[in-house]
Design a protein around this ligand. Structure first.
Ligand code: UDX
Length: 435
């Protein structure tokens, strides 16, 4: 099939690359000239493992190309996928301005009966309103399909090629079948439902995952108070198939471009329907509390952080990405700076993006050693493999005081217990203090 994809962010680009990988002829369109130029040189504007390799091979095979021209990309396309951003507006609602602009821009290139697919995460009812908007520009009927994505950053390719399910929302069964046919080579279970149910499946899934994280984080806080070990608790819970072991890792809370905004957008939709949805309010409140956890522990330990050198290891909102959106590290860095701490951070890939957000609120190191040398404490904020594998004793020796606050419980207990002198403060588990 000839397919057009609007938007080359991590959803649009991953989707376009994977659809070309399964044999479709894909044109990815973006208004950002620089991005399109980079992509045509085979350079991915985002850090996503495995993406550049597929990008190159499918461009080589002539199945994948990039353009800023909507007419070049859309003309002749059997399916047009919209994957532009729907960021959070100030009132918590999803900001649909990019989507509405995309709808306006693509309309002149549509023909009677075009199939337009919205992959962006949009509030329930948006497919209906965008369909009406497009038809007000075209003057003729089009088909609108909801096809939400479930990609995790850092595993977007795998989450596309080996998705758990594909959701297709459409009031027209024949058109749903066409979109289903596009995905057939993936051999993934497909659910066909109404557009509103498809939109709701996306929000309900993300809100549930975020709630599961806040639940285990609150259990972690309670475990710490009663002397239980939240990692053993999570293991014991997760073996129950009805609970499942995924997304039960306690830490300093969820970040990223999806959970925070999607939970607030769903809460906003509930509010518009006159509903309270208190559970989601608590999910958000617990997550806000978790973000401050390491700071609270450090203030309890030191009393005053004025002049203390704090090394933050990890800035990205999670490992295997350079994305800093809603990263817990941002709250910590700003709060530490306000308390007069001398903060230095190291992240293997997210530093440049962090500088755009935090500027010189903190200093940035080029290595773990540079960050931790002379530090009074380490905050482990993102569980990058390199931190887990780094020689812990070497870190402690270079620090002024061997004090580690582990926000992601990513250091191995046996390595900690082998230290001669250490103060180790995890989340939801007893502290380990030796020497
Ligand atoms: C998420 C959803 O997983 C994905 O399906 C959706 O399409 C987009 O949003 P993403 O935000 O990329 O994906 O990352 P994810 O791996 O889900 O982690 C989100 C946040 O939750 C991260 O900050 C991570 O550190 C945190 N997290 C995740 C936990 O704190 N504990 C866990 O057990 C899992």
């Amino acid at each position: 099939m000839k397919i057009a994809v609007l938007g080359t962010g991590y959803v649009g680009l991953s989707t376009g690359v994977c659809l070309s990988e399964i044999g479709h002829r894909v044109t990815c369109i973006d208004i950002n000239e620089q991005k399109i130029q980079q992509l045509n040189q085979g350079i991915s504007p985002i850090y996503e493992p495995g993406l550049e390799k597929l990008l190159a091979s499918n461009m080589e095979a002539g199945r994948l190309r990039f353009t800023t021209s909507l007419s070049e990309g859309i003309t002749g396309a059997e399916i047009i996928i919209i994957a532009v951003g729907t960021p959070q507006a100030d009132d918590g609602a999803a900001d649909l301005s990019y989507l509405e602009q995309a709808a306006k821009d693509l309309s002149p290139n549509l023909v009677q009966g075009s199939i337009v697919v919205i992959k962006s995460t949009v509030p329930v009812g948006t497919n209906d309103s965008i369909k009406k908007l497009i038809e007000s520009y075209t003057g003729f009927k089009i088909h609108m399909i909801s096809n939400p994505e479930f990609l995790r950053q850092g595993s977007a390719i795998q989450d596309t090629m080996k998705a758990d399910r594909i959701i297709i929302g459409s009031e027209n069964k024949e058109m749903a079948e066409k979109v289903k046919a596009m995905y057939r080579p993936l051999d993934v279970p497909v659910i066909v439902t109404s557009t509103r149910s498809a939109e709701m499946i996306k929000y309900a899934s993300n809100a549930f995952l975020a709630t599961k994280i806040s639940f285990i984080n609150e259990i972690a806080n309670l475990s710490e108070a009663v002397g239980a070990d939240v990692e053993d608790v999570a293991k014991g819970m997760g073996m129950d198939k009805r609970i499942g072991k995924a997304f039960l890792k306690a830490g300093i809370g969820y970040g990223g471009s999806c959970f925070p905004k999607d939970v607030k957008a769903l809460l906003h939709t509930a509010g518009q329907m006159g509903m309270n949805f208190g559970l989601l309010k608590e999910t958000i409140a617990i997550n806000e509390f978790q973000r401050e956890l390491l700071l609270k522990k450090a203030v309890k330990r030191f009393g005053d952080l004025q002049g203390k050198k704090i090394a933050i290891l990890g800035l990205a909102f999670k490992p295997e990405t350079d994305d800093m959106r809603e990263a817990p590290s941002i709250n910590l860095a700003i709060a530490l700076s306000k308390l007069g701490a001398d903060t230095v951070a190291y992240d293997p890939v997210a530093t440049e993006n962090a500088k755009k957000i935090m500027g010189d609120t903190i200093k940035y190191a080029n290595s773990i050693d540079e960050a931790i040398t002379g530090a009074d404490a380490v905050f482990l904020v993102t569980e990058w493999d390199i931190f887990k594998k780094h020689n812990l004793l070497a870190i402690l020796e270079k620090m002024k005081q061997p004090i580690i606050f582990d926000g992601r419980n990513c250091l191995q207990e046996e390595k900690i217990k082998a230290c001669r002198k250490i103060e180790y403060y995890p989340v939801g588990k007893p502290a380990i203090i030796i020497g």
